[in-house]
Design a protein around this ligand. Sequence first.
Ligand code: AMP
Length: 396
Amino acid sequence: MNILVANLGSTSFKFRLFRFDGAGAAALLAKGGYERVTDYGKAIDDCLAELQAGGHVRSAADLHGVGFKTVLGRNLTGCVRADEKVIAALDGFREIAPAHNPPYALGIQRFREKLPGVPLVALFETAFYQWVPEAATRYAVPQAWYEAGVRRYGFHGASHKFVAERSAELVGRTDVAERVRRLYQAGLAPLAAGAKPLRVISCHFGGSSSITGIRDGVAIGTSMGLSPQSGLPQNNRVGDLDSAAVPFVMKTLGLPLAEVERQMTKEGGLLGLSGVGNDMRDIRAAAAQGNARARLALDVFIHSARHWIGAFLVELGGCDALVFTAGIGENNPDLRAAICGGLGDLGISLDPAKNEALRGAEGEITAAGARTRVFVIPANEELVVARETVRCLQAG
Ligand code: AMP
């Protein structure tokens, strides 16, 4: 089965082609992309021509599905066929995810026109949060705001769901792993009566970051809320921010709303704090040379991560597995050590040598005797989208 994963940005189109064998194992056959895209139809033609030239697909008939990692839809979530309803749902929330929803709506339309026989699948980033208890999804806003869509949705669902599945495998809970695999097709499959709860805290630390609490393979809450501009500080987007800040800076700095929005999404986060850049490598290098703002940016990130881990430790009533994933989580042992520092009484303790040695690969970094197992699980969101696309298509 050949599955193309299309990653659509406001001016970019990136793709990966995976081939799944009968046992469900995936091989990456090709990847590529184009910048400064103004015509998605042409980008799709170019992509198919590249795949043909590479000998991977002779025509659209050799493509068995295309998967899209859509972000947020109005009144729609899950892993579903990318049809008119998906396009309408993306359009309905274009204001909340302006950088993501319009390109996906347009891109899906073009794929439908260009590849009419090929099934298209949308995996919403919000899908993993369908079973979060209502109290954890609500803001204390007037009812009309809630009815307009103002609530917590949660993001990075593809990544956190993969962590839920893989961490269950790593701790030997094949029952939970199987439940997670089938989540979007079968919903909450019952576990065996008397099965011990499996409590996982998943830390996705990358260009954007979030922490999700997971019980028995299902999210119970997450640090991101209405938009991906919430929770931990992001690369150049603010994380959690008191709502009074927006009218305050509009009045005192004389900024129009559009400029406040631009600054919150382009000049906030680790960039705004550090003044150095939005890449963790640059911020760490500056901090190591004594740059106080860069050091502060790291400290704010660590503080925020501990805040959210603490929240889910209490919500879950303990933690069996703590997982670090994505670019920052996989490659920064000292940040992992700082985040886990002093938590021995809560069951969390790292083996310093194992932690230091583990970068960009899967492994366990738990100190001997610690109650909570701590893992690094590399993120590969395109592969997750491809797998969920296969599951969706096989379920019919
Ligand atoms: P992602 O969004 O998962 O691609 O992660 C991007 C973030 O991971 C950036 O802030 C990078 O600085 C950080 N990152 C990626 N590789 C490394 C590395 N080898 N060392 C430190 N940080 C890294």
